[in-house]
Write a protein that binds this ligand. Structure first.
Ligand SMILES: *Cc1c(COP(=O)(O)O)cnc(C)c1O
Length: 478
């Protein structure tokens, strides 16, 4: 698509929006300017293509389509059927999955659909069988009571948040930590690496119904064949949440035992992180779980976001190209360059490096908390997020780490040299930041003092790189 076509499409769209609520048009313009002008290192973010973004802005948004393809609870869903079947077909082919469900609105929704599908498939309850047989009216109040008791006491074993897992993997404040009897596995305190023997020992003792693998802040690959072995030994269902690294699976960087799809019973993902699609979720499953996952609506979801399913189909069509494979490989190569850039400058990384798309920088050696580091970096135009490190002495709010990912800047065309410079700039900021004090003169975990001239120096160097690798090159708003 030509640059002038995209430029005029967005310029005109903003005019239409401005005619109703100019402040939203203005905020939309400003967001583009801000994204263009900052070094985005948030590991869960990316930049979707104009084709993906435009697909979300259509009248598909106006259509209700509860149900499944060809079996809707609303009339007039023939075009939504086309969209949903195509998105699911692309997903099955791209990931080599027997079944794909593209309705979840987000990663969390995808996980809820997966949890309830596994419960429906695996909990042997006479009450549940009645429910599946649709004899809902036969259930008495006492039946419902027993059903709630049975469902509420199933066991889930997931990776703990501070080891890099996600809050939906059994974290107490999340619903997954309340609807399941849960336990968590961590990483080896000495190496920061997953210890499969320890996971297996915990699984043998706890005997979970669901073993969850996958992460948001673990900088290494996972051996999913081993995770499946552990699940099989204790009779658990292996659920893998590949929200963060789906792009590396789609781009064939993670293959064999590192590809979760052939090993897991159920795989969930977001579509907007390394996969570079619209904001949404997806569930892939082995045949035996397909019928249960298909009941995502009405089990967990209401009407699907048809405009987003359409954008998922477009993004998945992009992800099956050789260009996307080259992108995914570059994401992983760039993470290595970033890690080497830090290590060569004496910084500490959790696990000592990376072999995926993210690094976890331990900022305690700079005398800072994650909160102080994140804020100081933002002052210099570097957008990151603070993150716990294993056994974090500063807890989940202040933390001792900063998580950095390469998917977004790789989309802009950053390569080895730029990521080495990114490491240099971050080390420059952090080594010139001092922890501040509270009003009472006590050491503070939040306030900080950034050295004179650092922000300007770093912003200038970043601007050179950002100008050389523009976001949406050719897109000029009139
Ligand atoms: C981001 C993420 C999610 C949640 O995705 P949302 O779309 O924000 O709901 C779930 N699981 C993992 C592992 C994630 O990294």
């Amino acid at each position: 698509m030509s640059d002038s076509l995209i430029s005029s499409a967005y310029s005109q769209a903003l005019e239409v929006i401005a005619s109703v609520e100019p402040r939203i048009a203005e905020a939309t313009r400003q967001e583009l300017a801000d994204q263009r002008g900052s070094l985005k290192l948030i590991a869960s973010e990316n930049y979707a293509s104009p084709a993906v973004l435009m697909t979300m802005g259509t009248w598909f948004s106006d259509k209700y389509a509860e149900g499944t393809v060809g079996h809707r609870f609303y009339a007039g869903c023939q075009n939504v059927d086309t969209v949903e079947s195509l998105a699911a077909e692309h997903a099955r082919e791209l990931f080599g999955a027997p079944y794909a469900y593209v309705q979840p609105h987000s990663g969390i929704d995808a996980n809820l659909v997966a949890f309830w599908s596994i419960l429906a498939n695996r909990v042997e309850s006479p009450y549940l069988q009645k429910l599946q047989a649709k004899n809902v009216n036969e259930l008495t109040e006492a039946d419902w009571e027993s059903l709630r008791h049975e469902l509420g006491n199933q066991r889930l074993l997931g990776m703990s948040l501070d080891a890099g897992g996600h809050l939906t993997h059994g974290f107490r404040p999340n619903i997954s930590g309340k609807m399941f009897h849960q336990q968590q596995y961590g990483t080896d305190p000495a190496t920061g690496l997953l210890d499969y023997d320890a996971v297996a020992a915990k699984a043998r003792e706890f005997k979970p119904l669901i073993l969850v693998a996958g992460y948001s802040a673990y900088p290494r690959r996972v051996d999913f064949a081993k995770m499946r072995e552990i699940a099989d030994e204790v009779g658990a269902v292996l659920m893998v949440d590949m929200a963060h690294f789906a792009g590396l699976v789609a781009g064939k960087v993670f293959t064999g035992d590192e590809n979760p799809v052939p090993h897991a019973h159920v795989v969930t993902t977001t579509t907007h992180k390394s996969l570079r699609g619209p904001r949404g979720g997806m569930v892939l499953a082995q045949e035996e779980f397909a019928a249960d996952v298909d009941r995502g609506c009405p089990m967990v979801l209401g009407g699907p976001l048809s405009h987003v399913m359409a954008a998922k189909a477009v993004a998945l069509a992009e992800a099956r190209t050789t260009e996307f494979q080259a992108y995914a490989q570059k994401v992983a190569d760039n993470a290595k360059s970033l890690a080497e850039g830090f290590l060569s400058r004496g910084a500490h990384l959790v696990t000592g490096g990376t072999d995926n798309h993210l690094v976890l920088l331990d900022v305690s050696s700079f005398g800072l908390t994650g909160r102080q580091a994140e804020s100081a970096l933002l002052d210099a135009g570097v957008v990151t997020n603070r993150n716990s490190v294993p056994a974090d002495p500063n807890g989940a709010w202040y933390t001792s780490g900063v998580r950095l990912g390469t998917p977004a800047l790789t989309t802009r065309g950053f390569g080895h040299d730029e990521f080495d410079t990114v490491a240099e700039l971050i080390v420059d900021v952090l080594s010139n930041t001092e922890a501040g004090t509270t009003k009472a003169g006590e050491p503070s975990k939040a306030s900080y003092v950034l050295g004179d001239g650092v922000a300007d120096r770093v912003t200038k160097r970043s601007a050179e790189m950002l100008d050389k690798h523009p976001l949406y090159p050719g897109l000029v708003l009139g």
